[in-house]
Design a binder for this molecule. Structure first.
Ligand code: KIV
Ligand code: NA
Length: 264
């Protein structure tokens, strides 16, 4: 078995085959997702929220991201590992964007990078892909701009559908190998998916995209509290881990752990 390549994802679209993508930020989970047959893992800047405990994705740094990227790459054999360029590491223009992307490839060892933005980021995508680095784009709702957008809001409703379509076309034209569509109406995602030859990866974008991505802690129910509407929980890891933790604590307090078989 070999690593998945971006051209495998293009071929899957041509065959009409859908594929799953998850975020990953550490060794054990990345290995599980790799072995469970997830072809693409994203070391998302959602690590800001889901690993480092920030309120938004903005604070995570390139160096923090690189540590996580290295762990995920080392733990996987067949998945294509995509890394998010964090806020502030590519907005200044193509030169800064390419410099950051090169660091991710050389120091992180990932196989592609991702950045947020449509028409606005076409020059960055051209510069990075021009250097031989595959780029996944991200349009619709883009969390790094949440202060401008005014929170987590569906994008592309009504006439704004044309904006999403124009952004998706621009990133494809600039050389992106795939594009994430976040929180756009299902009808808009369907239109974009039909208009592009590169795969679309939906999150909160309905069932008609070529691929689907979720944050793994949402997918597996590790994160407590109310999940966004687009999340489906496939497990209750928070419940499993809470139960295990309570039993461990009780057994230590009660003197039942460690037992003879755990003792040298
Ligand atoms: O950082 C992230 O987790 C993402 C995905 C949700 C697409 O960008
Ligand atoms: Na992200």
């Amino acid at each position: 078995t070999r690593r998945v390549r971006t051209r495998d994802l293009l071929a899957a679209k041509e065959r009409g085959e859908r594929w799953p993508m998850l975020t990953a930020y550490d060794q054990y989970t990345a290995a599980i997702f790799d072995q469970a047959g997830i072809p693409v893992l994203l070391v998302g800047d959602s690590a800001a929220n889901n690993v480092f405990g920030h309120e938004t994705t903005l604070p995570v740094t390139v160096d923090e991201m690189l540590s996580l990227v290295r762990a995920v790459v080392r733990a996987t054999r067949t998945t294509l590992v995509v890394a998010d360029l964090p806020f502030g590491s590519y907005e200044e223009g193509p030169t800064q964007a390419l410099r950051t992307a090169v660091r991710f490839m050389k120091e992180g060892g990932c196989h592609a990078v991702k950045l947020e933005g449509g028409r606005r980021c076409a020059p960055q995508i051209e510069a990075i892909t021009g250097a031989g680095i595959p780029v996944m784009a991200h349009v619709g709702f883009t969390p790094q701009r949440e202060h401008t957008i005014g929170g987590y809001r569906v994008q592309g409703r009504g006439e704004a559908a044309e904006e999403v379509l124009a952004d998706a076309r621009a990133v494809a034209e600039a050389g992106a190998f795939a594009v994430v569509l976040e929180m756009v109406p299902g009808e808009v995602a369907k239109r974009v998916t039909g208009a592009l030859t590169i795969p679309t990866v939906g999150i909160g974008a309905g069932p008609e995209t070529d691929a689907q991505v979720l944050v793994w802690q949402d997918m597996a129910g590790l994160r407590g509290g109310k999940a966004p509407r687009f999340v489906k929980r496939y497990a209750d890891l928070a419940g499993v881990l809470t139960d295990a933790t309570r039993r461990f604590a009780d057994e230590v307090r009660g003197g039942e752990f460690p037992a003879a078989e755990h003792t040298f």
